[in-house]
Design a protein. Structure first.
Length: 338
């Protein structure tokens, strides 16, 4: 019995040894590996790109290939080592090469990045707003992955998110905003305009001789247009921000209204203009051989701050001078040293 037990034990040991050797040889013979893996690529909409994958095996089993796009198998390329892609914006993502034999499966993957060029959109297309309100503008784009959004205005970055928020609109909020979307394959951009209804209208005046120049202005914009109308007959007297009136013409005694308009709305402001009629009954009296007194009667002293008395010593007015009288209520002035 002892010999038999030894024999049985020997047989058992030999059987275990043989089983271990058999399994080891099988594992070595069926080793499967990818020798040429797909590589990352960048592209644009409309291009054609390909990913390739090559595998080898020590097994005699047939090698089959499959491709997955973001984890979803592309059955059209089930048995090919190359996948060809006619690029659309949705083609971006991970492409996995799945290699199989009857004993093993191995895989490797690469990323396709599609440029957002040509796909950028902004909602709303343009923004029409007013002073003090809050606005949100959304930029979106196809392609990817890893799209980065940057908003700029007047040369400065104002946001790095898809949504641009403009709190409490001011005059500085108006103008062109650009959304630029970038990834590893390239970039695309689009402009939008924020129109702010004109507000805070003002006028300013300057006088040269008898001509008064009145300039109209307002915050808001862009692309403000101006129109001046005479109130008595609603006639348009200027289509620019500037209105020029003769200060000595009584026909200009009227109310004039400036209306400022852009695509977001309009505002207006008015002025009352009173012409300053020139003095009447102007007379000159010789006082001495070299001095003259000039007298006059006031026509409309309201708003007059002074007078200039000019003279010439030649008939062609090529030489002479003037005297300034800094009193709007004065009725005379003297020229001396003639």
């Amino acid at each position: 019995m002892m010999l038999l037990m030894m024999r049985n034990c020997k047989v058992l040991l030999l059987c275990v040894f043989c089983w271990q050797v058999f399994i080891g040889q099988s594992s070595a013979d069926t080793d499967l590996s990818i020798t040429e893996a797909p590589t990352n690529q960048t592209t644009e909409f409309g291009d054609v790109v390909s990913f390739s994958c090559v595998a080898s095996s020590l097994s005699s089993s047939a090698i089959t290939y499959a491709w997955l796009h973001d984890g979803v198998e592309d059955t059209s390329s089930l048995t090919t080592s190359t996948i060809t892609i006619h690029v659309s914006y949705s083609s971006f993502g991970e492409y996995t090469c799945l290699v199989r034999t009857s004993e093993e499966t191995v895989m490797d993957k690469a990323t396709l990045t599609v440029s957002p060029l040509g796909s950028v959109s902004i909602s709303p297309t343009d923004t029409f707003t007013s002073d003090g309100t809050t606005e949100s503008i959304t930029c979106s784009a196809d392609g990817g992955p890893n799209n980065v959004f940057v908003w700029t205005h007047s040369g400065s970055t104002v946001a790095t998110t898809e949504v641009l928020t403009l709190p409490s609109i001011t005059d500085a909020s108006k103008g062109i905003y650009t959304c630029t979307v970038t990834n590893a394959a390239g970039s695309g951009s689009l402009n939008t305009i924020v129109y702010v209804t004109p507000f805070n209208p003002t006028t300013s005046e300057s006088t040269i001789g008898s001509l008064v120049t009145i300039t109209c202005a307002a915050d808001g914009g862009p692309d403000n247009t101006f129109e001046w109308r005479r109130d008595t007959d609603s006639s348009v007297v200027s289509s620019t921000d500037v209105l020029v009136l003769d200060n000595t013409d009584p026909a200009n005694d009227d109310v004039f209204t400036c209306t400022i308009t852009n695509d977001a709305g309009s505002t207006s402001t008015s002025i009352t203009f009173t012409a300053q009629e020139p003095p009447t009954n102007v007379r000159a009296t010789v006082l001495t051989p070299r001095s003259i007194e000039v007298t006059w009667e006031l026509s409309s002293p309201f708003g007059v701050t002074g007078y200039f008395i000019s003279y010439s010593t030649t008939a062609s007015y090529t030489s002479g001078g003037s005297v300034r009288v800094d009193d709007g209520s004065a009725t005379s002035g003297t020229l001396t040293n003639l």
